[in-house]
Write a protein that binds this ligand. Structure first.
Ligand SMILES: Nc1nc2c(c(=O)[nH]1)N[C@H]1C(S)=C(S)[C@@H](COP(=O)(O)OP(=O)(O)OC[C@H]3O[C@@H](n4cnc5c(=O)[nH]c(N)nc54)[C@H](O)[C@@H]3O)O[C@H]1N2
Ligand SMILES: Nc1nc2c(c(=O)[nH]1)N[C@H]1C(S)=C(S)[C@@H](COP(=O)(O)OP(=O)(O)OC[C@H]3O[C@@H](n4cnc5c(=O)[nH]c(N)nc54)[C@H](O)[C@@H]3O)O[C@H]1N2
Ligand SMILES: [Mo]
Length: 760
């Protein structure tokens, strides 16, 4: 990378004019100015289309503009005027395209035709849809079912996702890994053990009632900016907001709401975080135990003084199990250990505990900073423990709030995209469709990667996503991918996964959600589930990028028809003709979640799925909310005595959506010019013999017989705790060992990779 990075601290708030300028830039560059009026009218509004960006909730009474800078960017890039046509491919070999950056690949624009890789010319060549489906079907029929993987990224609608999981199960496996396996799988494993539900308990209206917000490891200004509306409104009620994050993320500091003309004119931001703690990467369990310890001390004092208790003793007695063991752990953990591991001061944790104790209702928000660790499940369960100590789950204004990633990632799981058989009502599917579904667990993402490495995967079907770029151990995976027999990629834009070809590779182009999906019964509505379990209808508004595109439901149906023996109870063609019939089938499989589905899909604000924990009904085996004990004080690895091993956080810039890179400006962090940077604490940098602005090589400090190292990173002095450093995803994925994942859920531990940094 020849471009130099620039670092200049950004003195503007989140939102505001910086955001407005960025909108103008991206709408112009993507030649998507035609979309601007619809953004105001239809984006995230009832009767309009739902953003393909993040999964944050959509309010029943929307703001004039219910979009953020990054949602608008995602829309401009979806609705770009750029096209990757057969002609584009005829002028470039795949080997040449492999040399392109992620930015250049996606910037080339929307895929228009189904394409097949031709090894003789080393290029993609257009193919008829019918021929593509025929060959894919023939090939799929020839493999043992357990050798095929059906991956899903988190964008496909509920209708397509339901059809996709059915396709896999009729084919004969539960091999349904998804992006969630790299993201909030920790949540899906942690919360059921603790409170009996795999999803958060908070609804948007809880933000109106809460009187305290805690946030751990989530970057709101970049990754869920519309949540800032709720945070700003809470701050105007003087609600304290306490943030734990190794980096001082601008979104948690200041916000100017672009929808408030007076605030825009005066550029007078709302302060968001009232207390900000730069915890070490992996130090959250220690920080939370510290808060719990301070709470116990306050409670002891209250009891001695005969004052009101700090613990919610009634709630603990009636609703929970395991408190005594947790209390013992907290009391026997020393402050010394807590302070070393968290990197925070005793007074800081006491102050956080005091804010927590004073609040009647507390919401705890979290993101990848908790989920992507070796003890990610323990991170989340310790946070739940903290809430339970004061009865902060299952009442208005309180609860646990995982902020999900892709716009329908939570919904895909709800309708059956799950590799674990126990999560899916297989008996009901069996009865509904007259077949014997496979009962054996399938592969999750890490297991699918392991199987690819071992040569056990014959075919990989991807419903969206950029698998090879998003997973750990990229170099190894790219090498092994060549051994896969068939790769079928349903996609909107060209990405690296499409270029690391298998023996036979198909690219099947599809519509984006904001486009009109015309089928036999007319334009179709699709549905998604947001982070707060609310289901929304989405009505496409724009003409498709090409008239050769097929919708995801249609592509899945055609693959199914070409592969599976006919089954009169699975009416693929009727479903494609009218998605309302798919919704009827979904309702039949999941009657509690989707009651009156078709009638309710345009409910303003969406209709919530029932979550028993919201009403203090704990659907755990013992019927209680459970205190779970963390396995260690650090959720990271143990570096032993070696202080030269740092914890590498891999994170997103403000100019990307996962592996889609929109540009090289991480405005809110004041970084621009290049993504090949390593943010370091100055003391670490000096200690390790590196120069500010100089080049560094990062080497993974894991001894598993495989050497991983990458050069060409520019060193940036950054305000980050000693021992912690940060760089961008996906550039660093070759440094993450496949085996470096959360112990229980196998979510890759992308927020704490053991590394050594040398001058390059
Ligand atoms: N614009 C935009 N929006 C997005 C996405 C995008 O790429 N771009 N991606 C979507 C997806 S799929 C997801 S999953 C979400 C991701 O959204 P986030 O959950 O915000 O994920 P990251 O950007 O990876 O950043 C995680 C944050 O955690 C902090 N962190 C890292 N390690 C630790 C730690 O050990 N402890 C604590 N307390 N904090 C830590 C980092 O400094 C960073 O601020 O956003 C979704 N929305
Ligand atoms: N090191 C590191 N690795 C990470 C992470 C991290 O923080 N650090 N984060 C992880 C997380 S949280 C996630 S969610 C994964 C993301 O992993 P993925 O979901 O696999 O990756 P994306 O970059 O979101 O996929 C982008 C591609 O999806 C396709 N696409 C976009 N929209 C559509 C659509 O509507 N339909 C279809 N069929 N295709 C579409 C486009 O072709 C685009 O190139 O990465 C994970 N990997
Ligand atoms: Mo994600």
């Amino acid at each position: 990378m020849t471009e130099r990075a620039h670092h200049e601290s950004y003195d503007q708030p989140v939102g505001g004019w910086g955001s407005a300028k960025s909108l103008l830039k991206h709408s112009t560059e993507q030649r998507a100015l035609h979309t601007v009026s619809a953004l105001l009218k239809d984006h995230n509004k009832t009767g309009g289309y739902m953003c393909t960006g993040c999964a944050w909730a959509k309010p029943a009474s929307p703001h004039t503009a219910e979009f953020c800078e990054n949602g608008a960017k995602a829309t401009f890039w979806d609705l770009t005027s750029n096209r990757t046509t057969p002609e584009f491919f005829s002028r470039r070999t795949v080997t040449e395209l492999l040399g392109w950056s992620d930015y250049d690949l996606e910037n080339a624009g929307r895929l228009t035709h189904p394409m097949r890789y031709d090894a003789v010319t080393d290029s993609y060549v257009a193919v008829d849809w019918d021929e593509a489906f025929r060959e894919i079907g023939e090939k799929l029929k020839s493999y043992p079912p357990e050798d095929v993987v059906f991956y899903a990224s988190g964008r496909a609608c509920l209708e397509a996702s339901y059809m996709y999981q059915l396709l896999a199960r009729l084919y004969g496996n539960n091999n349904l890994p998804d992006s969630s396996n790299m993201c909030h799988e920790t949540t899906s494993v942690a919360l059921p053990q603790s409170i009996g539900t795999p999803v958060g308990t908070v609804l948007l209206k809880d933000f109106e009632k809460t009187d305290c917000i805690f946030s751990f490891g989530q970057n709101v200004g970049t990754n869920a900016p519309r949540l800032l509306h709720s945070l700003q409104e809470a701050r105007e009620r003087d609600v304290p907001i306490v943030v734990f994050n190794p980096l001082r993320e601008k979104g948690w500091e200041e916000f100017v709401n672009p929808q408030r003309p007076v605030q825009m004119l005066k550029n007078s931001p709302t302060t968001i975080a009232t207390q900000y703690y730069q915890v070490r990467a992996g130090g959250d369990i220690a920080a939370m135990i510290g808060i719990a310890k301070a709470l116990l001390k306050m409670d002891d004092e209250a009891r001695e003084a005969g004052a009101a208790r700090v613990l919610d003793v009634g709630f603990l007695a009636d609703h929970t199990d395991g408190f005594e063991a947790f209390e013992t752990l907290v009391r026997t953990t020393s402050w010394d250990e807590i302070l070393i591991e968290s990197g925070l001061q005793h007074a800081a944790l006491e102050a956080a505990a005091l804010t927590f104790a004073r609040a009647e209702s507390v919401i705890a928000i979290y993101g990848m900073g908790l989920t992507q660790h070796r003890l990610g499940v323990d991170n989340i369960q310790t946070l739940v423990n903290l809430l339970l100590m004061r009865g902060q789950i299952g009442k208005p204004g309180a609860g646990i709030c995982p902020v999900r990633g892709h716009s329908n990632v939570q919904g895909q799981r709800t309708v059956g995209i799950a590799e674990k058989a126990e999560l899916v009502p297989l008996d009901r599917l069996a009865e509904q469709f007259g077949f014997d579904p496979p009962r054996k667990d399938g592969m999750n993402t890490v297991e699918a990667c392991e199987a690819i490495v071992e040569g056990r995967v014959r075919a990989f079907v991807g419903l969206g996503g950029n698998f090879v770029r998003a997973i750990p151990d990229r170099t190894l995976m790219e090498e092994k991918w060549r051994g896969v027999d068939l790769s079928v990629q349903v996609a909107t834009k060209l990405n690296r996964t499409h270029l690391v070809t298998a023996k036979t590779t198909y690219l099947l182009p599809t519509l984006v959600r904001s486009e009109i999906d015309q089928q036999e019964s007319g334009p179709q509505i699709v549905t998604i589930e947001d982070s707060t379990t609310c289901i929304h209808g989405s009505h496409g508004k724009f003409e498709p990028a090409a008239d050769t595109l097929l919708s995801e439901p249609r592509i899945i149906a055609e693959i199914a028809k070409a592969t599976l023996p006919p089954n009169p109870r699975v009416p693929w063609d009727s479903w494609v003709g009218d998605y309302a019939l798919v919704r009827d089938a979904i309702e039949k499989t999941f009657p509690d979640d989707f009651r009156d589905f078709n009638a309710r899909l345009d409910t303003p604000g969406g209709f919530p799925r029932p979550v028993p924990a919201r009403d203090r009904e704990w659907t755990t085996p013992n019927g209680k909310a459970n205190f779970k004990l963390p396995g260690a004080l650090s959720s990271s690895f143990d570096r032993g005595e070696d202080a030269d091993i740092l914890r590498l956080i891999t994170l997103r810039s403000n100019d990307q959506f996962n592996t889609t890179i929109y540009g090289y400006v991480d405005r809110l962090r004041g970084l621009s010019g290049s993504r090949m940077i390593i943010m370091m604490n100055r003391d670490d940098r000096v200690r390790l013999g590196l120069t500010e602005g100089g080049m560094a090589r990062i080497e993974t400090a894991v001894d598993d017989g495989r050497h991983r190292s990458m050069g060409g990173f520019q060193v940036i002095d950054y305000e980050i705790p000693p021992g912690t450093c940060a760089s961008y995803y996906p550039e660093c994925n070759a440094l993450i060992p496949l085996s470096h994942h959360d112990e229980q859920s196998k979510t890759p531990a992308a927020k704490s990779v053991p590394v050594r940094i040398h001058p390059d």
